[in-house]
Design a protein around this ligand. Structure first.
Ligand code: CAA
Ligand code: NAD
Length: 283
């Protein structure tokens, strides 16, 4: 199964990172979003990352131009008609993802793989709205994509071995390390990470310590590169809340109850770094 042409759906922080690493590995990439300004925002982030690579001597200007030249804008899912794989990285919402998968199943060539970068939603349920569940798979990149080595690969109930192998090979070609995980809410990464973040938010909510103190304890005491509240802002508080809701609903245990303070921040539009304010304020 030769993969050459890639479509990435969603040009946000994850989709733009995925598009960048695919183009760096030599794939032609169509980066789809709903509005030109969203594509341009993603292109701006990729350009900034690549400019830093040039400044640090890791890439030449020619390589930067070639990578950006492999990325084209798409504002219409019909552009999926000639690609070999689609990696969906739109918002963490089952209705949105199922609607996208229903459409791309009709448009993409019969051989195309339909992958999702979902953080926590069941792959099997997304696959069930398509006529090719054996070609649907989870390909879970970590944020920031250009830096983090891991890709969790999640099989749905019907995912074929051939499709698993093709995605595993592609992950290696992207210079990432694939890890196979079964289809359970939050997979491994977010089943472990998000309850820690949620607990940190409870500690803040209950007045156990200030936000800075909570982050310092985990950074200086546990050697985490970012404190949990800074990391929550970095991931996006809307995404954190969605993941906690999926863990709570999918695993049915009250230990996964999203902290009310997290709900309040999301309701206020304080989504973290991407909206300029979360637990911290960003310029
Ligand atoms: N995009 C691309 N490159 C980036 C970047 C970004 N957003 N942020 C940092 N980098 C690069 C920088 O270029 C830098 O490389 P060079 O110095 O070689 O140029 C390198 O990363 C280190 O950056 P900094 O020195 O600026 O800062 P740092 O040492 O604090 O590292 C970090 C930044 C890599 C993000 C680090 O803080 C970190 O690892 N944080 C934790 C990230 C994490 O846990 N990610 C997982 C989130 S959960 C998830 O993704 C799953 C989910 O479903 C929610
Ligand atoms: P984001 O809010 O930065 O970006 C989402 C993008 O998708 C936006 O540009 C939005 O306009 C676009 N979009 C929404 N609906 C669309 C549609 N129907 N068609 C095309 N584009 C659409 O979000 P993000 O942080 O990039 O997260 C994207 C996905 O990746 C989510 O499923 C999330 O759970 C997952 N994820 C996030 C992280 C993280 O740390 N933020 C890590 C791994 C996986």
């Amino acid at each position: 199964m030769g993969i050459q042409k890639v479509m990435v759906i969603g040009a946000g922080q994850m989709g733009s990172g995925i598009a960048q690493v695919c183009a760096q590995a030599g794939y032609d990439v169509k980066l789809n979003d709903m509005k030109q300004e969203f594509f341009e925002r993603g292109l701006g982030v990729m350009t900034k990352n690549l400019t830093r690579d040039v400044e640090k001597g890791r890439k030449t200007e020619d390589e930067k131009a070639a990578i950006l030249g492999r990325i084209s804008m798409s504002l219409d899912l019909q552009d999926a008609s000639d690609v070999d794989i689609i990696i969906e990285a739109a918002v963490e919402n089952m209705e949105v993802k199922q609607s996208i998968f229903k459409q791309i199943d009709q448009i993409a060539p019969a051989h195309a793989i339909l992958a999702t970068n979902t953080s926590s939603l069941p792959i099997t349920e997304i696959a069930a709205v398509t006529n090719r569940p054996e070609q649907v798979i989870g390909m879970h990149f970590m944020n920031p994509v250009p830096v983090m080595k891991l890709v969790e690969i999640i099989r749905g109930l019907a995912t074929s071995d051939e499709v698993y192998k093709a995605v595993e090979d592609m992950t290696v070609k992207l210079s990432k390390t694939p890890v196979e995980v079964n289809d359970f809410p939050g997979f491994i990464s977010n089943r472990i990470l998000l309850p820690m973040i949620n607990e940190a938010i409870y500690a803040l909510y209950e007045g156990v310590a200030s936000k800075e103190a909570i982050d310092d304890v985990m950074k200086l005491g546990m050697n985490h590169p970012m404190g949990p509240l800074t990391l929550a802002d970095f991931i996006g508080l809307d995404t954190c809340l969605s993941i906690m809701e999926i863990l709570h609903e999918g695993l049915g245990d009250s230990k996964y109850r999203p902290c009310p303070l997290l709900r309040k921040y999301v309701a206020a539009g304080w989504l973290g770094k991407k909206s300029g304010r979360g637990f911290y304020v960003y310029e």
